[in-house]
Design a protein around this ligand. Structure first.
Ligand code: GLU
Length: 230
């Protein structure tokens, strides 16, 4: 991929002030973009509006600016993008890649065997869909094929979503788009080519690649930065 087309981003969640670890990630993604002569964007990851703290966005942007980390384009906010997420969900519904689910966390924990990030959904609503007049989340139906990518820091990563993660939520029962879908749609709509972010999201990447494949979206380059501890 030509470095002329490099587009990177830093996507903080406005759930509090920018802490030191996030600043390290911001610097890494900024430096990588500038090193490649690329464009660097700040995106406000406030899709989970139940976790948004008033004032946090302004404080994060001020901190980034103080360190000279300025977005090359006006920052976009996930809370302004619900129609883009709804149309992506509709594509997934039309393609038969998602199904409705109203299981509680407790029910999933009781029945699911454990995966790398908690219980694996046992498929209850896949076989017994909830009634149409009941609120439900949407789950992405994973398959058994391996998903592999070459992380620029961690090397070759492979997951089998069916064994490791299970069918995951892309739209929440409370009507908010889930992070795993929102991030894919945002990265595609902003023509992001390179993702540099914290290693806490390394294990989410195969889910995001599966959603990209389902929607026919381009693949991205990933670099996960080890987390600052303590
Ligand atoms: N909003 C996420 C965070 O603050 C980052 C998401 C991403 O970079 O994909 O951890």
């Amino acid at each position: 991929m030509s470095t002329h087309h490099y587009r990177g981003r830093f996507a903080p969640s406005p759930s509090g002030d920018l802490h030191f670890g996030s600043l390290v990630t911001a610097v890494a993604s900024f430096a990588d973009a500038k090193h490649h002569g690329g464009t660097w964007l700040i995106r406000i990851d406030d899709v989970d509006q139940t976790r948004t703290l008033p004032g946090a966005e302004a404080s994060i942007l001020a901190t980034l600016e103080r360190f000279g980390l300025c977005s090359d384009e006006p920052p976009q906010r996930q809370s302004d993008r619900s129609s883009a997420y709804q149309s992506a969900l509709q594509h997934l519904i039309d393609a038969g890649r998602v199904y409705r689910c109203n299981c509680s966390r407790k029910a999933v924990a009781a029945k699911g065997r454990s995966g790398i990030e908690g219980p694996i959904y046992p498929g209850t609503c896949l076989h017994n869909p909830p009634p149409q007049n009941q609120a439900a989340a949407w789950r992405f139906a994973v398959d058994s094929s391996p998903i592999a990518f070459a992380d620029r820091v961690y090397g070759e990563i492979t997951q089998r979503l069916r064994d490791d993660v299970g069918d995951f939520i892309v739209y929440r029962i409370d009507g908010y788009c889930a992070y795993q879908l929102a991030v894919v749609i945002d990265d595609a709509d902003q023509a992001i080519t390179h993702v540099v972010r914290g290693a806490d999201l390394l294990s989410s990447t195969p889910r995001q690649i599966a959603v990209q494949h389902a929607l026919g979206l381009p693949s991205l380059s990933y670099a996960h930065i080890p987390l600052v501890m303590g």
